[in-house]
Ligand binder design. Structure first.
Ligand SMILES: [Zn+2]
Length: 169
């Protein structure tokens, strides 16, 4: 996409410290790291939201990010790593091309997530939230892939994916 910083990085129009690239994803070092060695894993196709990334690409992103995390443990002697993804301006997304952060962690890195723990009060509130989410939750896979899966199965087979009547548990 024109004027997208990450699309320019993928195209080589803007330089980056590239760690890895394949047909679907691109991984490079964040210019403003939380910790040194902080990596971004991005889809090569432009997607603003993680929600529109096709399954194969999303799966590859997670796999590459996990392998990058393993490399952080071995090469940087990291004690662990965090994944982080901000979707939407309110959530803290700055570059509008979806990106998965992989952040190496050390016990003495002096970084802390500002993580709070609310309580559902009353507890029935949790079920209400669950029902609201279920009503709109959809798992739509690539259409061709879905057709293939259905073909392999019984002709009476109905995919549980993306069928309204299966919502609500
Ligand atoms: Zn882009």
């Amino acid at each position: 996409m024109k004027n997208c910083l990450f699309c320019k990085i993928i195209a080589g129009e803007v330089p980056s410290a590239k760690l890895y690239e394949d047909d679907l994803v691109y991984a490079f070092l964040d210019l403003f790291p939380i910790n040194y060695g902080h990596v971004l894993v991005i889809p090569k196709e432009h997607h603003t939201s993680a929600a529109t990334i096709p399954e194969a690409t999303a799966g590859r992103m997670f796999l590459v990010a996990a392998r990058v995390g393993a490399a952080m443990r071995h090469a940087l002697d990291a004690d662990g790593f965090n994944f982080h993804l901000s979707d939407g301006t309110t959530a803290g997304q700055v570059v509008m091309h979806a990106h998965l952060h992989v952040i190496p962690r050390w016990s003495d890195d002096n970084f802390h997530w500002n993580w709070r723990q609310l309580k559902y009060d009353p507890m029935s509130k949790q079920a209400e939230y669950c029902e609201k989410l279920k009503a709109r939750f959809k798992l739509e896979r690539d259409a061709a892939e879905l057709a293939l899966n259905e073909e392999e199965c019984d002709p009476e087979y109905k995919s549980p994916l993306g069928k309204e009547e299966n919502h609500g548990g």
